[in-house]
Ligand binder design. Sequence first.
Ligand code: NAD
Length: 306
Amino acid sequence: MQVKILITDPISEILINKLTKYNIKIDYRPDISKEELQKIIYDYDVIVVRSRTRVDKELIEKGKKLKVIARAGIGVDNIDTEEAEKRNIRVVYAPGTSTDSAAELTIGLMIAAARNLYNAINLAKTGVFKKIEGVELAGKTIGIIGFGRIGSKVATVANALGMKVLAYDILDIKERALKMGAEPCTLDDMLPRADIITLHVTVGKETKYILDREQFEKMKNNVIIVNTSRAAVVNGKILLEFIRKGKIFAYATDVFWNEPPKEEWEYELLRHERVIVTPHIGAQTKEAQDRVAEVTAQNLINVMKE
Ligand code: NAD
């Protein structure tokens, strides 16, 4: 029987090319609206998404034939995995495919924040050559929350920049951290010591608001916070309060609570001169996109062979 696959977000042609030799019908609809998707999902065995498409309970219920939900990337927070499990729908994803890209963007955001690059570049482009002062990273302490693939890669680069590295994770990372020149510690120990805090945890119920009022209060004055994981790990309204108070030197983020923002407090953050925002481009490199397409295609081939 022919398998019908619906792709609802932009993805490298490698995915389609790798699947063409199989008995598969692929519909590539990267701009499909939520309403249209709800109308046609009943007809597909597989849906392939990135982060734009929300595969919620309502959509899963309408997908009467759905057997597989493939996330071309890491982070399945846009998929109702509990509902999928209830209905015996497999969820496959592609961890590790964007580790280098996301780590490199993290370092970029950290340097942009430390040197106030966003404002310096914007002024220079208008012909104003103002000597904006920043801070040096060498000799500073970076606290890495979530010492997995991306967090570890950031640690390697931070070491090379001459930074002291603190690492916190819920898993026992002691041996691995020490081997990589990082000091394993608790979150409470890290917060008052770190000049820069960078977030690399997985997203889930336990990591929601890992940075909340209590944590912001414990941080050093003029801390730089970098977030390339997911916005939900930070309490945004409390963050705004601490930015207004002048406690935070910069918040540099690739992820937002709503993408694009919807709420007024989100717009205030977005426009604040101490906030640097990129539009969720952590995995948006040619290399990472090709890799994610390869792995997603292989995931689908593996599932079909089972
Ligand atoms: P990973 O699974 O390798 O590492 C995540 C780490 O977080 C693990 O070591 C895990 O033990 C730890 N962790 C989980 N819950 C924790 C908690 N409560 N406290 C402390 N540590 C906790 O994941 P990764 O590949 O390094 O990705 C990290 C994050 O980056 C994910 O949230 C992912 O969605 C995000 N990401 C974003 C982009 C982007 O485009 N901005 C690209 C890739 C990945």
